[in-house]
Design a protein around this ligand. Structure first.
Ligand code: FAD
Length: 432
């Protein structure tokens, strides 16, 4: 039996500009493509309506249809990847498995375990870094060490970009003829994954070109439709980041800058994996959080008494997406006004966002708490009412999410600001 190559789809749920497929195409063996619904990840989610899993399911189904149209299949499994790979290795004669690297702790451990299996079976691996524009080790300081501040990182990133702009990988020409012909195989039903299907209204996957025109002016306004809403499509690789970066570089420097933030946080996770567990800056580990559970629940439900915070939490709970400005304000409010450990908020966002991405979510939360690389200084504390007046001046955003203003805010702003400063100072400098 001739050996085959396998492309293991994980994040990059697309056929075009897919580096794994591109490399498999050049390896001249027949290609089998597969995807695994990983029970180690799914078992940590709450049963019931699940937006993110619904989004992934639809993307996988779409891919399956595309492979079927080419006379082949996307094999879809549901289970523990290590166990499933044992079965696949026993079933096929495999030369090489191609996949895209993921920098999250769980994925690194999973891949290390499965690579041992590949090794013992004499299977080669073709590993690519396709989720980001530049590999985290290629945008470094001149002495080779990683950056921890965004602005110099972004300058070096731009320098590389100008010298060697990324080009798309032609992963489509000749693909149909290179795939192993296969019969249609069933996909696990959505219910068998253990969740209820849920609409994800605010996740875009098509680039709206008009967004680029006014992005620099509108990107901070939650009351207008001024951002791309492409975050979930980028997170799961339905859209190629290379394609978007090339467009942004021609049309909107402000938009390009946000995509560099995306690479930046992936780079931070790659070089400083401890951020998944605790603060980037160790001094912030000694902050004495109050962690009032009642206050946390009110924040989750959007009942803090601050209309912008509450509107944003309603938007998150009802749609699975929240505007970036509001992510910053709600995160700051939880950490600084309510003195709640940022990891509680990080976990809540992770459970609700369709676009949840460990690197960006963690980066955003540590930025708001002040504990991250290049974070907002601890003494800068957003005033939620001033933020509302500035970024929702007519009140349309608060009205849209139909927030009833509670007469008594959970905490009074000036009191909360002083309490936060004292608590942070005590942790950072040991005195009040
Ligand atoms: P646009 O403004 O259209 O930006 C285009 C793309 O650039 C986004 O889709 C995203 O991929 C990237 N981007 C934009 N801003 C950032 C940023 N600050 N950091 C990293 N990438 C960025 N983004 C996620 O993708 N997943 C998350 O889990 C996530 N959690 C966050 C948590 C907090 C507390 C904060 C402050 C920010 C978080 N972000 C996260 C970043 C940002 O809020 C979202 O990417 C953005 O709001 C998505 O909407 P959009 O696609 O319309 O963005």
């Amino acid at each position: 039996m001739d050996s085959i190559n396998i492309v293991w789809f994980r994040r990059n749920l697309r056929i075009s500009d897919n580096q794994c497929l591109y490399r498999a195409l050049r390896a001249t063996k027949k290609i089998v493509c597969l995807f695994i619904f990983d029970t180690s990840i799914l078992s940590k989610l709450q049963p019931g309506p699940e937006r993110r899993v619904s989004f992934i399911y639809d993307a996988v189904e779409r891919l399956k249809r595309e492979f079927r149209a080419m006379g082949s299949e996307l094999l879809v499994y549901h289970g523990n990847p290590a166990v499933i790979w044992q079965r696949i290795v026993a079933e096929y004669a495999i030369d090489t498995v191609f996949y895209d690297v993921d920098y999250e702790k769980y994925s690194v451990q999973r891949d290390a375990e499965i690579e041992l299996l590949f090794d013992s079976a004499g299977i080669r691996t073709g590993v690519v870094h396709d989720h980001v524009i530049f590999h985290p080790e290629t945008v470094n300081k001149d002495d080779g060490s990683p950056y921890s501040v965004f602005t110099p990182y972004s300058r070096k990133w731009m320098q590389r970009f100008v010298e060697r702009p990324p080009s798309e990988f032609d992963s489509e020409t000749g693909l149909a003829g290179s795939l192993l012909p296969m019969q249609a195989m069933p996909m696990p039903s959505f219910e068998s994954l253990g969740f209820e299907y849920c609409e994800y209204a605010t996740a875009e996957s098509a680039i709206r070109l008009e967004i680029f025109d006014n992005y620099h002016q509108l990107r901070d306004r939650p009351d207008v439709d001024g951002t791309s809403r492409l975050s979930a499509a980028l997170r799961f690789g339905i859209l190629s980041p290379r394609k978007l970066v090339m467009l942004a570089s021609q049309r909107s420097p402000a938009f390009l800058n946000e995509l560099i933030w995306r690479d930046f946080y992936q780079m931070i996770l790659f070089h400083f994996p401890h951020v998944e567990q605790g603060p980037f800056k160790p001094a912030y580990a000694s902050i004495e959080w109050i962690n009032n559970e009642f206050h946390f629940e009110r924040w989750c439900r959007g009942e803090t008494g601050y209309p912008l915070v509450d509107a944003a939490m309603h938007q998150l709970n009802e749609t699975g997406w929240m505007h970036n400005r509001c992510r910053m304000i709600t995160a700051s409010f939880l950490c600084k006004h309510l003195l709640t450990d940022w990891r509680w908020g990080e976990a809540y966002f992770a459970s609700k966002l369709t676009d949840f991405e460990t690197a960006s979510n963690n980066g955003g939360w540590q930025w708001a708490a002040g504990s991250g690389c290049d974070a907002v200084p601890y003494f800068r504390i957003f005033n939620p009412e001033l933020q509302r007046k500035k970024f929702d001046p007519i009140g349309n955003y608060v009205k849209q999410w139909n927030v009833k203003t509670h007469t008594t805010p959970l905490v009074e702003h000036e009191f909360a600001r002083r309490r936060c400063l004292e608590t942070y100072k005590k942790a950072l400098y040991g005195s009040q």
